[in-house]
Write a protein that binds this ligand. Structure first.
Ligand code: GLN
Length: 533
């Protein structure tokens, strides 16, 4: 059992996750079983209740865990499917310790952060790490956070538990570039290493995030002040694409450093296939314009899996995807017929993607957008909530079911075409009503979905409460809406298509969670291809 801990002087620009995932890329494809864990110091048990305005995307694993978006980042780099055990939050750890205390597991002991919380963290790590040759563990937040302290302490204790030779500490910290004096300042790195030492942690490898290349002198200075071997001071300079980072590290021998330090005895990383895909991102042959109609505007990372899946589709089609982010709120005053009259080129509109959403405020305006795309044969891919909205639009405008709605938006609608399933209505526990994780669907043989997936039985990940109301399946079908993918028991609608629209597909699932650079998702590959056509 070998472990690499990744700590950081935090902020997302810092690439802590990119570093962790790139380290997997350097050692994970050489025959050793390498796994990943993200430790999140926040007090939530899982990320399901995080606000997309504050904490970006909630990622969903195959086994239905709602996790930090970093697990998605890891999956896209590694191609692995991680599970709930790969996300250890303070909430999960404290909840378990408190439950044990109530069960008298620590009877006559004083229950404390050290050793009870730290032991719980270590148990959670070992439960996973014992099954793999190497486990890469990213500690979320900064080395200054109060919440991170127990995780840092646990990582220090593990040196004793599993032996110094089986553990590596990799620290990511920024070099500050002062543009007026053209200087790179090393103080932030030094200070964050001093802070780490307070916890008894001495980094073995330092990844220095920087806008400018680092000179030998600066490396030397960092090496001296921070007591890290000069070869182990790695430059992480700005890149055009995050997918270039594994090569960036390999060119500085980070693969060799790790393989030798941990006595892994494997060959050096082979990134040939990976790098050839990355070249397509850097020098694409074609271009395409996709609109994303979004709700949560503060950070693009709220739709991280979607924008990455589009990049994977870009690679598969050798076509750069220009994303035009359109806030749902702005749709209010749009005259859609006017858009068509103007050159599509001028509007830079080749395809539309509408990602997921909850308690949507601007749903009525988006229904107009759905109609516009459906009637004008614009390629579009609707995800999760937007399958539901597409059904509402179809029911209203094609099935004469005026005022159709989802009970999520109008509890007393006369045509609840989208609703809770009967079984859900009895559930009291708030989490119990969510459909989470991987579910199977059966695709109709003559459908667009079948032609894209190339098989009848598929599975995709889900994260939603509402479903297309089974009472309306027949009337939708009679009026030309194809329910092209259903759950195996035929109760739940998974895909819809419109027969005379060659580019219309909506799915109740979140296909973006399964797309990877080396295995792009067929729906995203198709969207870009349809938009190019
Ligand atoms: N709000 C919808 C539901 O709960 C859809 C959620 C989503 O888009 N993920 O069913």
């Amino acid at each position: 059992m070998k472990i690499i801990f990744v700590t950081g002087w935090s902020m997302s620009w810092l690439w802590k996750w990119i570093t962790s995932a790139s380290v997997w890329k350097l050692i994970g494809s050489s025959g050793k079983r390498v796994w990943m864990i993200k430790m999140d110091p926040y007090l939530q048990v899982d990320a399901g209740t995080m606000s997309p305005y504050e904490h970006w995307e909630v990622f969903v694993t195959e086994d239905g865990a709602e996790t930090d978006l970093d697990l998605g980042n890891y999956e896209r780099f590694t191609g692995e499917n991680f599970t709930t055990d790969s996300n250890i939050t303070s909430g999960k750890v404290y909840l378990s310790v408190i439950n044990k205390e109530r069960e008298w597991e620590y009877l006559w002991k004083t229950v404390q952060i050290i050793p009870h919380i730290t032991n719980e963290i270590k148990d959670n790590i070992i439960k996973v790490a014992k099954n793999y040759d190497v486990t890469i563990i990213e500690i979320g937040g900064t080395v200054w956070d109060i919440e991170s302290q127990a995780f840092l302490e646990a990582s220090r204790q593990m040196k004793k538990d599993i032996g110094k030779e089986n553990i590596l500490y990799l620290h990511v910290a920024p070099l500050l570039y002062l543009k007026y004096s053209w200087e790179l300042k090393t103080k932030l790195i030094q200070h964050s290493v001093i802070k780490l030492r307070e916890y008894g942690l001495q980094p073995d490898i330092l990844v220095c995030r920087t806008e400018k290349h680092i000179s030998k002198e600066i490396k030397n200075k960092i090496s001296n002040f921070c007591d890290v071997d000069i070869d182990n001071v790695i430059e992480a300079v700005d890149a055009k694409s995050i997918y270039q980072v594994p090569e960036l590290f390999k060119s500085q021998n980070l693969d060799k450093i790790i393989i030798k330090s941990l006595w892994l005895g494997t060959t050096w990383a082979d990134l040939k296939k990976w790098n050839s895909l990355v070249n397509t991102i850097i020098t694409p042959k074609k271009e395409v314009n996709i609109w994303i109609i979004w709700k949560y505007t503060e950070f693009e990372d709220t739709y991280k899996s979607i924008s990455e899946a589009l990049i994977h589709g870009w690679v598969a089609n050798n076509a750069k995807v220009h994303l035009n982010w359109i806030h749902s709120e702005d749709l209010e005053n749009w005259d859609f017929s006017d858009i068509l009259q103007k050159e599509r080129q001028q509007w830079k509109l080749d395809g539309i993607l509408v990602p997921w959403g909850f308690w949507e405020r601007w749903v009525e305006w988006k229904i107009n957008a759905v109609r516009f795309a459906r009637e004008n044969m614009i390629p579009y891919l609707w995800i999760c909530l937007w399958l539901q909205v597409a059904v509402i639009e179809y029911a209203r405008n094609m099935c004469n079911l005026d005022k159709s709605n989802s009970t999520e938006f109008n509890k007393s609608t006369i045509h609840p075409v989208i609703d809770y399933m009967e079984e859900q209505k009895k559930i009291q526990n708030k989490w119990g009503t969510m459909r989470l994780g991987s579910y199977e669907s059966k695709l109709e043989k003559d459908s667009l979905a079948y032609s894209l997936y190339g098989k009848e039985n598929i599975s995709e990940r889900h994260r939603h409460r509402y479903e297309v109301n089974p009472k309306y399946h027949e009337i939708l079908k009679e009026n030309g809406l194809s329910l092209s993918g259903m759950s195996p028991d035929r109760k739940l609608v998974e895909f819809i298509e419109v027969a005379d629209h060659p580019y219309f597909i909506a799915t109740q699932a979140h296909p973006e969670f399964k797309s990877r650079l080396e295995d792009p998702h067929p729906l995203f590959v198709w969207l870009i291809k349809a938009a190019l056509n």
